[in-house]
Design a protein around this ligand. Structure first.
Ligand code: HEC
Ligand code: HEC
Length: 400
């Protein structure tokens, strides 16, 4: 209700209907680096911004950095779809709708994908900062990028139990265009972060600018340009390889009657046992209530990891002024009667358990061939999956 009342105001703030020339710099990361590496970041900020403008264009006119890609012909995003999702909201004579990202997403995820849009501070969890290139609800390994299908599903179905809405009514063309635009923002944002770090670690940016030879640039004529080329290709490559990171979930069996109950019983034991130790975070029978005082990686980066206490308002002030959201404790979920955010089907749960949840403290269990006291076998993971499903009171056969 509250959101509805303030929506017009927030949309105006988000600049949905205006021209925007430049993406905002990742000021929070620049400050984090300044603090952790004890260097001045003014020169880095300026050179990284110029390099990014040249390679990736602007919010109104996004560009894909084809000129410096090693394999420009291996498609990842399509320029036409990018420009369709970008820019202010408009419709063309032929009915083509433009600007869906600004129309539907900036209010929470912000123009550059920082996750700190005008409506973000009311939310828990906060909207994702796409610029880390880290995603939670995916079918791939913990460290791998999500596939297009994963992004598709999150946008189409939303993330239940969070503010992330389902956009099931988007046209197929708009949805595809938004997926491209999302990958574009994630690549651009991760390149920005990596270039800021590389400027210090590889090119010697500090109080003074490095020599021309070492300055960051969008062409490959100097060493700085060579570093840019490497960083961009590395990030683009990780997205191209997302599919290869898919986690197979073999051996699922639909059980009924006594066989089912026995499996759930074994799962319960594993849940409370020393190897998986799910109980250590999720509490007895997944009822929660364990105080772990921890945060997610997105907010930890600019607080506890650089020696700041999230509740210390004075110490956090410069970061907040730069756009950082105040870190909120991330509690292990109550699994009893729970809404599962990443899918309640057996495959999704298998992946959650064997990979953990990227960007959060939820760890992966080690898969082993035979019971050895250190990890779980595939069958034991399926026992655990059945137990978790039984806690969440889910229909066994459910999948999507
Ligand atoms: C009302 C706020 C809101 C709006 C509008 C919104 N999101 Fe989100 N989004 C969220 C929140 C909150 C999360 C984090 C959920 C979590 O951590 O489980 C999120 C997470 C995501 C994720 C990360 C999924 C993952 O696996 O980590 C993607 C991708 C995403 N949103 C895309 C979009 C796109 C695209 C749009 C516009 C079509 C959009 N969102 C609009 C709030 C919003
Ligand atoms: C170190 C603490 C920790 C341990 C140990 C842990 N978890 Fe979690 N778990 C979390 C946190 C934190 C979240 C919430 C992540 C989020 O939504 O961002 C979570 C979320 C979950 C979810 C919800 C996923 C969804 O789709 O919504 C499931 C299911 C889950 N854990 C199962 C398990 C199981 C099974 C084990 C044991 C193998 C386990 N967890 C061990 C911390 C932990």
């Amino acid at each position: 209700m509250r959101l509805v009342l303030i929506l017009p105001f927030l949309l105006a703030l988000a600049g949905c209907d205006s021209q925007i020339e430049r993406f905002e710099t990742n000021e929070v990361y620049a400050l984090t680096l300044a603090r952790s590496r004890s260097v001045e970041v003014d020169a880095i900020r300026a050179d990284v911004a110029d390099t990014l403008d040249m390679l990736f264009g602007s919010p109104d006119e996004p560009r894909w950095p084809e000129s410096i890609l090693d394999q420009p012909n291996r498609p990842l995003v399509d320029s036409q779809r990018l420009s369709r999702a970008a820019g202010p909201v408009s419709s063309e004579k032929d009915g083509t709708h433009r600007g869906s990202f600004r129309e539907h997403c900036v209010i929470c995820h912000a123009l550059a994908g920082s996750g700190a849009g005008p409506a973000s501070s009311f939310q828990d969890p906060y909207p994702r900062d796409f610029r880390h290139g880290v995603f939670k609800w995916k079918s791939t390994e913990r460290s791998a990028k999500p596939t297009r299908d994963d992004l598709h599903r999150v946008i189409d179905q939303g993330i239940p139990g969070t503010a992330m809405p389902a956009f099931a009514r988007l046209s197929a063309e708009d949805l595809e265009a938004i997926v491209d635009y999302l990958i574009y923002l994630a690549v651009r944002g991760e390149v920005e972060r990596r270039l800021m770090a590389a400027a210090i670690d590889q090119l010697g940016y500090a109080e003074t600018l490095p020599s021309d030879e070492l300055r960051l640039s969008g062409d490959r004529s100097n060493e700085g340009g060579e570093v840019v080329r490497e960083v961009v290709n590395k990030v683009v490559e990780s997205w191209r390889n997302a599919r290869e990171g898919t986690v197979a979930a073999p051996g699922w069996e639909e059980l009924r009657g006594p066989a089912y109950s026995v499996s759930v019983g074994r799962g319960q034991e594993i849940f409370h046992g020393p190897i998986a130790n799910c109980v250590g975070c999720h509490g007895k029978n997944g009822r929660g209530g364990v105080a772990t005082l921890d945060y997610d990686d997105w907010t930890k980066e600019y607080s506890t990891r650089v020696g700041l206490t999230p509740s210390d308002r004075d110490a956090m002030r410069p970061l907040r002024e730069a756009g950082a959201l105040t870190p909120r404790p991330l509690n292990p979920r109550k699994l009893h009667d729970a809404v599962l955010r990443g899918g309640s089907d057996a495959e999704s749960l298998y992946r959650r358990i064997t990979q953990g949840i990227a960007g959060t403290p939820m760890p992966a269990v080690t898969l082993v061939e035979k019971e050895d006291g250190r990890g779980l076998t595939q069958d034991q993971v399926w026992d655990l999956v059945r137990y978790v499903q039984s806690l969440a009171k889910l229909d066994q056969g459910e999948s999507h």
